[in-house]
Each structure stands twice: as structure tokens, then as C-alpha cells.
Design a protein around this ligand. Structure first.
Ligand code: SF4
Length: 354
């Protein structure tokens, strides 16, 4: 079964990669490490040995597991959804091989290819199969081919590696070959594989029907100015190659000047939650919101974390004073909610599937 999720920006999480190690300040309270340790203690084999619990926090051990049984999950879910890859690690971690990443993109290509899996007959569209060479209608193997397509949100803090792969010819070839295998039939598989990497002899690597993949958004975390600056060039390369991109300003740990990020399709913000969660200044969210609105970027504010401005929820308890005089109060994630200046922000970019 697919894993449904309470994450506000996705309908499912897809976690074929578990395990990681810290790369930036946002990792200090890594929720995934704590969750992985908990899931192992509940007997889930997939999480064996990747993390341990130390007091109230989780610590990665350095082991990263690529869990092959999970690869097929999106293809087994018929209803189109928005999938987050991955909430339990980092897709571009250096212990994830190029071949493993190519399998993931191959699955995403097949799960995004609703178009090829149907035929028109007597004015009626029949979905979920293909016509074989003898004219027989052959049902598609995976439930997702009956309705598809899924959309995927691929999030990393290791942008440069992903940029190098997505812009390189050999990775594209590996994805094309993986998609061929996952599509599981000669006619459609060949069409999908060729739409990723055209077989023409004069092909020089330009965009094609399924590359960049229209159902895949590539995103990075940008929790403060330093990390945003470190990751912007890589994201810009990916966007310039035609990929749709998003940034996750979560947890917002400092102000960010978003100048230069106009290429984004979506900007997501949110606060930190959990034990000793660090507070975010409401102006940091406002800066992200105003930038997104000024540049036609879909803006989604997930939640305020544990803290909220005293102007919105006054009362006793822990207060944090920012240098400019703004004060936030720790009220817990539920009470802090997800309103920003009295309203929710649920912007999603439109997806033009193949
Ligand atoms: S990159 Fe993500 S999963 Fe990895 S340590 Fe940082 S927060 Fe945790």
C-alpha cells in the first residue's frame, strides 16, 4: 500500500531511500532520524540500523538503505496523486548510486505517462492498455496506468549532484532504460524510453517529449540566506534545462533575500516543530510570500511551527524576542496553525502532463 501522508503539500510519501547525514542547520532537528529509530524499534526491517535515538533526538548512523520493494509503489496506486520523494532521507545522498536514482526516475516517467496507455476506438477512449501487433487489447500491468498520471516532488539538500545528473547524457540514458523495464510491454515501453532519450543518430541532448519530465518537480531546502546562496546556482541550472523547480523554506531559520529565485514554480514556507524547535520571524514568511506573489510563483505556507506572533496568540509561557522587537510565543504546532496574516496560503503550480 502507498503511504498516505499528513504533509500539507503532498498526498503520498514515497520512501525507497532511508538514512542520511546532516548537511546544514535545518538538519539539526532532523525529524526523519527520530522517526526512523522509532520505526526500527517497532520492527520495521526497512529501517534497521539507519538511526538511533539519543534522548529526544534521532541520530543517523551513516547507513543508507535503498529499499527496492518500495520502488513500485506509485505504479500500484490508481488514483493520481502528488508524491513526496523522500521524507526519510535525501535522494541525492552520495550513498545512493546513479543507477538507483535512475530507477526512481524511470518509475516516475512511467507513472507520469497516462497518455500512451489508452486507445481511441469508435469515438471512445479506452484507458489502461495498448494494442498488440495482432490487434488485441492488452491491459496494462500497473493500476496507475488505468488513470495516472502522478506528480512527484523530489526534494534534496544536495542540489549540485542532482543538477549534474539531470543535465548529463549518461543519466538520461539510464533513466530511459529503467523506464523501458518498468513500463513492461514492448509498444509502450519503447515509446516512453524514446521520449526520454530519442534514438535519432543526430540527437545532441535537447529537450524531448519526456525530458525534462513534466510530472516531476525538483526542489531544494533553503532554510537561511547562506544555504539559499549555496543551492541557488544548482537549482538555476536545473530550471534553465527546463525542469520545474520549487524551494522549501522550512524550517525557516533566518531571513532570505529571494532575489535570483524567479525561476521557481513554487515556494513553500514553514516553521520548525518538535522538541526545542527554533522560532521563525513572521516577517521571514512575509518576505517569501511577497516575493512569490510579485513573480507569479505559487506560494504555500505549510504551518507556523511551534511559535506564533504574540499579536496573534497572546498568553503566558515561553517567549522569544527578535532583535527588531518582534516577539513570538511557543504555543505548540496545533495552536500555532498555518495562518499567515489571517489567511491560509495554498498555492500549487499547474501541472501540464504529457
Ligand atoms: S538532509 Fe533531510 S533527512 Fe538528511 S539529515 Fe538533513 S533533514 Fe535529515
Amino acid at each position: 500500500m502507498a503511504e498516505n501522508t499528513r504533509i500539507e503539500w503532498a498526498t503520498h510519501t514515497w520512501t525507497p531511500i532511508v538514512g542520511c547525514d546532516a548537511v546544514s542547520p535545518a538538519c539539526a532537528k532532523c525529524y526523519a532520524a527520530l522517526m526512523a529509530a522509532r520505526l526500527e524499534s517497532m520492527g520495521q526491517e526497512k529501517y534497521r540500523g539507519v538511526a538511533v535515538r539519543v534522548g529526544n533526538v534521532g541520530k543517523w548512523t551513516g547507513k543508507v538503505t535503498f529499499w527496492e520493494p518500495d520502488l513500485v509503489k506509485p505504479l500500484t496506486v490508481r488514483k493520481p496523486g502528488r508524491w513526496f520523494l523522500t521524507s526519510m532521507g535525501d535522494v541525492a545522498h552520495d550513498l545512493v548510486t546513479d543507477a538507483q536514482l535512475a530507477e526512481l526516475f524511470g518509475v516516475m516517467a512511467v507513472a507520469g505517462a497516462a497518455g500512451p496507455f489508452h486507445r481511441e476506438q469508435d469515438g471512445v477512449t479506452e484507458r489502461g492498455g495498448w494494442t498488440s501487433s495482432d490487434g488485441a487489447w492488452v491491459p496494462a500491468k500497473w493500476p496507475n496506468m488505468l488513470s495516472g498520471p502522478h506528480t512527484f516532488l523530489v526534494l534534496t539538500k544536495r542540489v549540485d549532484r542532482l543538477a549534474d545528473l539531470l543535465l548529463g547524457h549518461s543519466f538520461r540514458r539510464m533513466v530511459s532504460e529503467a523506464a523501458y523495464r518498468w513500463a513492461h510491454n514492448r509498444t509502450t515501453a519503447g515509446a516512453i524510453a524514446d521520449s526520454i532519450l530519442p534514438p535519432w543518430s543526430d540527437f545532441r541532448g535537447e529537450a524531448s517529449g519526456c525530458w525534462p519530465m513534466r510530472n516531476v518537480f525538483i526542489g531544494c531546502t533553503a532554510e537561511d540566506q547562506e544555504q539559499a546562496d549555496l543551492r541557488r546556482a544548482g537549482m538555476q541550472r536545473i530550471a534553465a534545462a527546463g525542469w520545474q523547480t520549487f524551494a522549501s523554506y522550512e524550517p525557516a531559520l533566518g531571513p532570505v533575500n529571494w532575489g535570483g529565485w524567479q525561476f521557481l514554480r513554487q515556494l513553500i514556507s514553514g516553521g520548525e516543530s518538535g522538541w526545542k524547535a527554533r522560532p521563525s520571524h513572521p516577517d521571514w514568511y512575509r518576505g517569501a510570500r511577497d516575493f512569490a506573489e510579485a513573480h507569479g510563483i505559487a506560494y504555500l505556507h505549510k504551518q507556523n511551527g511551534e511559535w506564533v506572533s504574540v499579536s496573534e496568540v497572546a498568553g503566558p509561557g515561553a517567549h522569544h524576542h527578535f532583535p527588531d522587537g518582534a516577539t513570538v510565543r511557543r504555543v505548540g504546532k496545533k495552536a500555532a496553525g498555518r495562518l499567515l496574516d489571517g489567511r491560509t496560503h495554498d498555492g500549487f503550480p499547474e501541472v501540464a502532463h504529457a
